[in-house]
Design a protein around this ligand. Sequence first.
Ligand code: TXA
Ligand code: MG
Length: 342
Amino acid sequence: MSDLPDFKVVEPSDDTMREAGDVLRAGGLVAFPTETVYGLGADATNDAAVASIFRIKERPTFNPLIVHVKDEFQAAELVEFNELAQKLAHAFWPGALTLVMKRKSDGPLSLTATAGLDTVAVRVPAHPVAHALLEAADVPIAAPSANKSGYISPTQAMHVLMQFKDGQGLNIIVDGGSCPVGVESTIIDVTSNQPILLRPGGVAVEEIEAVARPVKIDNTDDIKAPGQMKSHYAPSIPVRINVNPKDRQRGESMLTFGPDMPRRAAMNLSKTGDLKEAAANLFTMLRALDMPGIRGIAVVPIPNEGLGRAINDRLERAAAPKEGEIAGAPPKAHDPIGNIEI
Ligand code: TXA
Ligand code: MG
């Protein structure tokens, strides 16, 4: 569309939010901060705009997007709330919880956004910039994480810029600083009375269970959250998980957690062993270690409780062999002469 502005990065203000809202309504793309990660947003009722998200992300079209709304009332125009959905929405919205609900058959959502499913993943973000954008746009915003499909999600505007250097169809990046939660939302299927965890994330399962227990963990291999591919969130160099610092290999850097960890060639997710701090640091540190000269990233074990579940889920996917790779193959440096001990 020719009346859309050329690619630019802006600070949030009344004027820029108004412009970003106009751009979304006119079919453009806006990257914006949420409390979890940066989203790549389009008007969720506009098929062509949503299709351009899939194009620039290089995302498979069978993988549906999360629809962001400003409140429960706007959500109720799109999906059918049952009792369980209502309970969880009241308890956790706005916030890092996405609920998968039945789509309203006469609702306005683009079928491309939901990959033709009869369910929709919906959330109300808590970040003030996301909220201001939803108000300004006055349409539901479909937004996956603002990274190329398969790579690490962005937690800073700079990460978005690095992935979409000259825009590639993106019109505006709203720079709202670092995302405080740092991992994506928790996704719960609430289409029945039994809450099913499709993706651990920014709201701990324990918190959800305190409101609606018990949560069933979806560990079937038929992918209910189609984007939950085995290899995802992956740096370009190999990642090994549950590694004792004594077993660091030559050329590897370590991602550590807690006190008394080695400091050489290492970044510590949280020196005090705080899982919230670790989640907020995870993607930024994975990116920082993903650089030429480093042969791989070895990660110490992370406790599998609270936000530790989301961290371990992302690390397992970061460590999974990518298509065409063999599990357990020796690490390849992404710099052919990067055989340096750091
Ligand atoms: O924190 C977040 O959730 C971020 C921010 C931007 O809101 N968004 C995000 O979106 O992580 P994305 O597209 O990277 O991940 C969305 C996940 C995918 O795994 C997708 O398959 C799943 O949600 N999903 C979307 N609609 C679904 C549905 N109807 N049923 C099951 N899973 C669904
Ligand atoms: Mg994503």
